[in-house]
Design a protein around this ligand. Structure first.
Ligand SMILES: [Zn+2]
Length: 223
C-alpha cells in the first residue's frame, strides 16, 4: 500500500495539471485517447508499476498477485495500443564482457581500417536488453578469412552485426567465422531492409545491390 501511495504522489508532481487518477478502471478508459508525453519515470527492481487490469507485463516487468512490478532498474514504457508495460534497463554496470563472448551491436561508423560498433547485447547474457556497453571496433584484419579490399564493402552504418570479443582493452571484435557478420542491413539508398539474393544483398524496393560480410544467420534474427 505504501508503494502505491508513493507512486501516486510522484505522478502528481510530474504532471501538476492533470488530476490524480481516482480509480484505475476509470482512468485507463480515458487515458487511451488524449495523453500528453509523460516524463520518463525511472524505477527500481520491485517497484509497483501497474496492475494486471491496466497492462500486460512485458520485458523488465513481472506480475505477482495482480500487481505488476519492475524487474530491473530502468525507465517505464507504456504501450497504450497494446496496453502493455515494460521497463527499459538503465545501468552503468553492464554485464561482464569476456574475451570470446558473442555480442550483437549496431555499426555506427565505417572508416578505412575499422568499423565502429555500439554493443547492444551479449549472447547468453540478456541479448534482448539494450545495454549500450560501449564502442567497439572491428579492424579490417578481423573481418573475414580473406583479403578485404575495402571495409565499405563489408559493413555500413546501421548494420546489425554479430561478432566475437577479441580483446577487452581495446574492445576489438572479430567477424571471422561463418555465423558472424552482418545480421541485418539497410539499403544505402532507400533504407529498406536488404534481402539475400545469391549471396549478395538486394533491396526489395529500389533493386540496389550491396555487399556485406554476411553472417550465415542473416535475416533470421538468431543470435
Ligand atoms: Zn533501396
Amino acid at each position: 500500500m505504501a508503494a502505491e501511495t508513493e507512486i501516486a504522489e510522484e505522478e502528481a508532481q510530474v504532471q501538476p495539471d492533470q488530476p490524480v487518477e481516482e480509480t484505475v478502471e476509470e482512468a485507463t478508459e480515458e487515458a487511451v485517447e488524449e495523453e500528453p508525453k509523460e516524463e520518463p519515470r525511472s524505477v527500481l527492481p520491485g517497484d509497483l508499476i501497474g496492475t494486471s487490469e491496466e497492462f500486460i507485463p512485458r520485458n523488465g516487468a513481472y506480475l505477482e498477485g495482480g500487481n505488476i512490478y519492475a524487474a530491473a532498474s530502468g525507465i517505464v514504457n507504456i504501450n497504450k495500443k497494446e496496453r502493455s508495460i515494460s521497463v527499459t534497463p538503465i545501468t552503468n554496470t553492464p554485464p561482464h564482457l569476456q574475451v570470446g563472448d558473442i555480442v550483437v551491436g549496431q555499426v555506427t561508423d565505417v572508416k578505412d581500417s575499422v568499423a565502429l560498433v555500439e554493443i547492444a547485447g551479449i549472447k547468453g547474457k540478456g541479448e534482448r536488453e539494450i545495454v549500450h556497453v560501449e564502442q567497439a571496433a572491428i579492424h579490417v584484419s578481423n573481418v573475414k578469412d580473406a583479403y578485404v579490399k575495402e571495409l565499405y564493402y563489408e559493413f555500413a552504418p546501421f548494420d546489425i552485426v554479430k561478432a566475437k570479443v577479441l580483446d577487452l582493452r581495446n574492445m576489438r571484435l572479430s567477424t571471422v567465422n561463418k555465423e558472424l557478420g552482418v545480421m541485418k542491413a539497410y539499403c544505402g539508398n532507400c533504407r529498406a531492409v536488404l534481402k539475400i539474393d545469391n549471396s549478395k544483398l538486394k533491396c526489395p524496393k529500389c533493386e540496389r545491390t550491396e555487399t556485406r560480410k554476411l553472417s550465415s544467420d542473416y535475416g533470421t534474427g538468431i543470435i
